[in-house]
Design a protein around this ligand. Structure first.
Ligand code: NAG
Ligand code: NAG
Length: 402
C-alpha cells in the first residue's frame, strides 16, 4: 500500500465516521417525532401566511472519497441551517439533485440523502422532494483510481476465494423508487410520494394542498411536483405526466379558482424563450444570469397545458363603490426549477411565471454565492411573493407572482 492510498483510507474512515455519527443523532430524534400526528399544511393562523423554503442542487456525496467533497457537504448543511434560522419556513421543497449519485462509492445512497434533509427534519419542518438528473445517476469510476495510488482500499475489499468483492465494488447506488421509499418510510414529516405507477420511470409526481387557516377543507393553493427525468432515463416530462397533470387539476380544481404552483428540476424549453439576454430587466426579476438555460431534451405537452390553464383564470372583484363586478385577469401560476446553478431569475411567460431557484449546495459546479428561494403565500387577500435569502443573511430579488 503506497503512502497516498493509506492517506486516502484514513480520510475515508474519518468521513464515514462523521457521516454515521451525524446520522445516528438525527435518526434518534426522528424516533421521538414518530408519535406526533402528521402536520397538516395550513396557512398560519396568526401570520395568515404559508412560507416555503426551496433548496436546490445540494449535490451531497460529491467526490465522497476525498476530504474536499465531505467538506462541501458540511458547508451545504450550514447554508440550509442559516436559511431556516432566518426564514422559519412552514415547508421546505428539495428541488432535485439532492445527491450526486454518480460520485457515491457506497451502495446506500440514502445515507447522503438523509444528510441533506437533516437540517429540515431536526427543526420539525415538513418537506417534499423531487428528483433531479443526478439523484439516481450511475456511479462513474474516477479515472485517478486507475493510476498508481489505485482504488481506495476501504471501498473495495481485496478479493479472495470466498469473497469476490463484487458487491461492495459495484456502487450500483439506488433507483428513484428505493430512494423515495427510504425517505418516506423513515420520516413522518416527509410529504413526498412515489407517484402513480403508470407514470414510472418518473417517480416524484404528486400534488399537495395548502389549506386555509380557518378551514382545513378549503384549499388556498396547490403545490404540484413533477419528475423532469435525467440520471437513469432521459431528461423529459413525458406526455403521460402532462396528461396526469391535466386530469388531476381538472378533478381537484376544475374552474382553476385555486392558484397552483409547480416544482420540477430541469427547466423546460420555454425558459429559453424568456431568458434575459444580458442584464436582468423588468418584467424579469433576479440577480444572476451567468449561463444559458440547459433545458429538458424535449417538450411533450406540459407547458401547453400550463399556459392554457393559467390564461383562463379570471377573478371577480367588487370595485370601489361596491356596486359593479369587474373581471380581472390574474397571474395565478408559477413554476420553479433548479438545475442551472448560475441563474436565479423569474420571468413571465404568457400568464405564468417561470422561476429558477437559487443554488443552495456547495456541491455541483459554479462558485456563485449560495442561497435559497423563498415563496410566501398570503391567504387574505391572496398573494404569492418570492425572494432569495442568501447564506450571509442578505435578501434580494423580491417579486410578486400574483
Ligand atoms: C441506508 O441509510 C439509511 C439512512 O441513513 C438507513 O436508514 C438505512 O438503514 C441504511 N441501509 C443500510 C442497508 O445500511
Ligand atoms: C475474504 O474476504 C472477506 C472480505 O474482505 C473477509 O471478510 C474474509 O475473512 C476473507 N476470507 C479469507 C478466507 O481470507
Amino acid at each position: 500500500m503506497g503512502k497516498t492510498t493509506s492517506h486516502l483510507r484514513i480520510i475515508f474512515l474519518i468521513n464515514l465516521y462523521l457521516l454515521y455519527s451525524h446520522s445516528i443523532l438525527t435518526i434518534g430524534f426522528d424516533d421521538q417525532l414518530r408519535t406526533t400526528p402528521e402536520t397538516d399544511l395550513r396557512v398560519g393562523e396568526s401570520s395568515g401566511r404559508f412560507k416555503i423554503g426551496v433548496f436546490a442542487d445540494l449535490h451531497f456525496g460529491e467526490n465522497a472519497w476525498t476530504d474536499w467533497g465531505p467538506r462541501q457537504d458540511v458547508r451545504s448543511l450550514r447554508v440550509m441551517s442559516t436559511v431556516l434560522e432566518h426564514e422559519s419556513p412552514d415547508f421546505v421543497v428539495y428541488l432535485g439533485d439532492v445527491i450526486t449519485a454518480n460520485n457515491i462509492p457506497i451502495a446506500n445512497a440514502s445515507l447522503y440523502w438523509d444528510q441533506a434533509i437533516s437540517p429540515t427534519r431536526r427543526r420539525g419542518i415538513p418537506w417534499a422532494s423531487v428528483f433531479g438528473n443526478h439523484d439516481d445517476a450511475p456511479f462513474e469510476w474516477p479515472l485517478e483510481w486507475f493510476s498508481a495510488p489505485g482504488i481506495p482500499q476501504i471501498l473495495c475489499p481485496v478479493a479472495n476465494l470466498s469473497h469476490s468483492g463484487q458487491e461492495e465494488c459495484g456502487f450500483k447506488g439506488m433507483y428513484r423508487v428505493e430512494l423515495m421509499k427510504k425517505e418516506i418510510d423513515n420520516n413522518i414529516q416527509s410529504h413526498s410520494r412515489n407517484g402513480p405507477k403508470d407514470l414510472w420511470p418518473s417517480i416524484s409526481n404528486y400534488v399537495l394542498q395548502i389549506s386555509s387557516s380557518n378551514n382545513p377543507q378549503k384549499a388556498v393553493a396547490y403545490m404540484y411536483f413533477l419528475d423532469s427525468g435525467g440520471g437513469s432515463y432521459p431528461e423529459v416530462i413525458s406526455s403521460a405526466q402532462a396528461e396526469w397533470f391535466r386530469h388531476k387539476s381538472q378533478e381537484i380544481n376544475p374552474d382553476s379558482s385555486v392558484p397552483e404552483i409547480v416544482f420540477w428540476h430541469i427547466p423546460s424549453k420555454a425558459y429559453k424563450k424568456v431568458a434575459p439576454k444580458f442584464g436582468i430587466h423588468r418584467p424579469c426579476v433576479g440577480s444572476i444570469n451567468k449561463e444559458s438555460v440547459a433545458p429538458q431534451e424535449a417538450e411533450m405537452g406540459i407547458m401547453k397545458i400550463l399556459v392554457k390553464r393559467s390564461s383562463i383564470k379570471v377573478e371577480r372583484q367588487l370595485n370601489k363603490n361596491f356596486n359593479t363586478i369587474s373581471k380581472v385577469d390574474v397571474l395565478h401560476m408559477a413554476v420553479f426549477v433548479g438545475h442551472n446553478h448560475g441563474l436565479d431569475w423569474c420571468c413571465p411567460y404568457w400568464k405564468l411565471w417561470l422561476c429558477f431557484a437559487r443554488h443552495t449546495g456547495y456541491g455541483g459546479y459554479g462558485n456563485w454565492a449560495r442561497g435559497a428561494r423563498i415563496v410566501e403565500i398570503t391567504e387574505d387577500p391572496f398573494s404569492i411573493k418570492s425572494w432569495i435569502r442568501m447564506e450571509d443573511g442578505d435578501v434580494h430579488s423580491e417579486v410578486v407572482l400574483s
